[in-house]
Design a protein around this ligand. Structure first.
Ligand code: F6R
Length: 611
């Protein structure tokens, strides 16, 4: 995800910004840029690729000043090239903007501004903000007021930093979604995506809340709420060291990434589903209704956690498409001589986009004439280069080896794809709109689980961490979640764990059940709820310890199970995004209690590029 930094003070701004962007590199990016205001106005330098490319350009064209901003871009709208790299400016080159997130209504705003004569130079959604501010200033409105008016017109989610070259010394930054923090220094103030770049200058930090904006100059910082009322917020004193700062204070990347899921899921659906029209739109994937009508079957290829996402995807897509869907391990696919032709749609699901087994399967399918798409998290990765279409999961870099936010964003991508297919099949728009509404509120529901259940799950981990084996059960869309729960636990805690469809337990695994076996099951209200309850009765009758992930206020389940983890209700196709979160937390806290290396479990690599 993009990295943002803005500085106003007495130091030479270029090393401050480049140093800050280095600290934000872990967020992942494909291009970078810097804007510095000096006596001659605003100077901008941008470069595709890594920060070293930007530094090389700055060596050729040195900039200096004590006021400016810098950005590392993770492309969403427009190709990852120099022209689309931030900062972006208005027609006069004075109003300069950097941005993390997505301006959902950028298209109508852009069309309106173009009609008023504004010339756009990039494909980004961000540029619209600079022109909108410029437009507001035409009647003499000052920069601050113009920004205020502009913010009221923006939809979507964003962290923005804005400056006006003709009003040097003032930075305005706004937050609606992505993080933004302000560091208060002596005669200097600094704004960034997180605290890591600030710690070299100050430990007094203000965290902006959604809807707020800040006006900063060298001497002072004023925070305002969405109604332009001043907010009195005392700074927090941060005592983190540099490594802790990169983890935003979390003990492990895995825990940080579990907590990032509301944001990551939101970033994956934002700008792609439009409730008003009931339409789904993908930038990098276009299928016409005629092309879709020629597709007779779908093959999903993936490994590990991504394969589990594929299994959930099968439920969603089969229901939407009413054609056969197969899900294969990458390592199995090409060696079984799959039946593939031009009427086959193949979906490679891969966080890294570099997994050798998945790539090999995708190559095999392509060679046989399939239409190939990928659900991938890494821009420009091998999988995206070979595919005809891409749905990027905008999870941001995943550093913990155990995949968490990549998984829930893959589920989000599959859900959107299922709505897209419904749209291509001409299904009822009201049903699609309702599904979109449910998707939109999922991030809040994940937050709810994290807020209400984390401590409880930590306590459960302390109760069960000594077990030698765990069984995970689920039915329907929750069967893959049982597999994922078992995989998470075994890979980071080294406890043997198996996932099973609950109805299959009686055909073998039931022999394992005794008073020492914790059985983790999903039993939310789906059409198979009663069947799952019957399966759980079988566990109970054999003294197994039942930990059940169930709907809130399921009083009967609370009486029946040894422990319950309650989650908010949502529609069935979206439930896996919620039910997996307690599984991730359980695995994390069990591993922690057992003293395991959570972020780098033994024998595992983040990206498996060998067969
Ligand atoms: C498990 C995990 C792995 C990966 C698998 C595929 O937590 O991370 O099972 O899911 O190696 O990796 P990608 O998705 O990068 O192809």
């Amino acid at each position: 995800m993009c990295g943002i930094i803005g500085y106003v003070g007495t130091r030479d701004v270029v090393p401050v910004i480049i140093g800050g962007l280095r600290k934000l590199e872990y967020r992942g990016y494909d291009s970078a840029g810097i804007a510095v205001v000096d006596d001659s106005g605003v100077e901008i330098v941008r470069a595709e690729g890594k920060l070293t490319n930007l530094e090389a350009k700055l060596n050729d064209k040195p900039l200096s000043g004590s006021f400016g901003m810098g950005h590392t871009r993770w492309a969403t709208h427009g190709k990852p090239n120099e022209n689309n790299a931030h900062p972006h400016r208005d027609c006069n080159g004075k109003v300069v903007v950097i941005h993390n997130g997505i301006i959902e209504n950028f298209l109508p705003l852009k069309q309106d501004l173009q009609a008023k004569g504004h010339e756009f130079k990039t494909e980004t959604d961000t540029e619209v903000v600079a022109h909108l501010i410029e437009e507001k200033m035409k009647d003499g409105t000052d920069f601050t007021e113009a920004v205020r008016k502009t913010l009221k017109e923006l939809e979507g989610h964003y962290a923005l930093v804005m400056i006006d070259g003709s009003a040097p010394g003032t930075i305005i930054a706004a937050k609606s979604g992505p993080p933004l923090v302000v560091g208060l220094g002596e005669n200097e103030n600094i704004i960034a995506s997180d605290v890591a770049p600030l710690l070299a200058y100050t430990r007094n930090i203000i965290y902006l809340e959604d809807g707020e904006y800040v006006i900063a100059n060298q001497q002072q910082v004023q925070v305002f709420d969405g109604n332009d009322r001043p907010v009195d917020r005392a700074p927090k004193r941060i005592t983190w060291d540099a490594v802790m700062a990169e983890k935003e204070g979390y003990r492990h990347y895995m825990l940080k990434e579990i907590h990032e899921q509301p944001r990551a899921v939101r970033d994956t659906f934002t700008g792609r589903m439009f409730e008003e029209s009931g339409e789904v739109f993908f930038n990098d994937l276009q299928l016409t209704a005629e092309e879709w009508a020629k597709i007779k079957k779908v093959h999903v290829i993936a490994c590990g956690t991504s394969w589990h996402a594929g299994l959930v995807g099968k439920f969603l897509l089969e229901d939407a498409a009413r054609i056969p869907i197969e899900v294969d391990y990458g390592s199995e696919y090409r060696y079984r001589n799959p039946i593939v032709d031009e009427s086959t749609l193949v979906i490679g699901v891969t966080q890294s986009g570099e997994t050798a087994d998945t790539i090999a399967g995708m190559q095999e399918a392509k060679a046989k004439g399939a239409k190939l798409i990928t659900i991938c998290n890494v821009i420009g990765a091998a999988a995206t280069r070979m595919a005809d279409g891409v749905i990027y999961t905008n999870a941001g870099p995943e550093i913990g080896v155990a995949s968490t936010k990549a998984f829930t964003t893959q589920l989000t991508a599959f859900f959107l794809l299922s709505l897209y297919i419904r749209q291509l099949r001409g299904e009822n728009r009201d049903d699609i709109r309702y599904a979109m509404h449910e998707m939109r509120v999922i991030p809040h529901k994940i937050e709810d689980i994290l807020k209400k259940q984390e401590k409880h799950i930590e306590a459960l981990a302390h109760k069960y961490y000594k077990a030698n084996d765990f069984l995970f059960l689920g039915r329907g869309v929750h069967y893959p979640i049982a597999l994922e729960g078992a995989l998470k636990l075994k890979e980071i805690s080294y406890i043997h764990a198996e996932g099973y469809p609950a109805g299959e337990m009686k055909h073998g695994p039931i022999a394992l059940i005794d008073e020492n076996l914790p059985v983790v099951s999903v039993a939310t209200h789906t059409p198979v709820y009663d069947k799952v309850v019957s399966n759980l009765q079988e566990v109970k009758a054999r003294d197994g310890k039942l930990i059940v992930i169930c709907d809130e206020h399921d009083e009967a389940m609370k009486k029946f199970a040894d422990d319950v983890i309650e989650i908010p209700w949502t529609i069935e196709p979206l439930q896996p995004i919620l039910t997996v979160v307690p599984m991730q937390l359980l695995a994390y806290y069990v591993a922690l209690r057992r003293g395991c290396d959570v972020d780098q479990p033994r024998n595992l690599a983040k990206s498996v590029t060998v067969e």
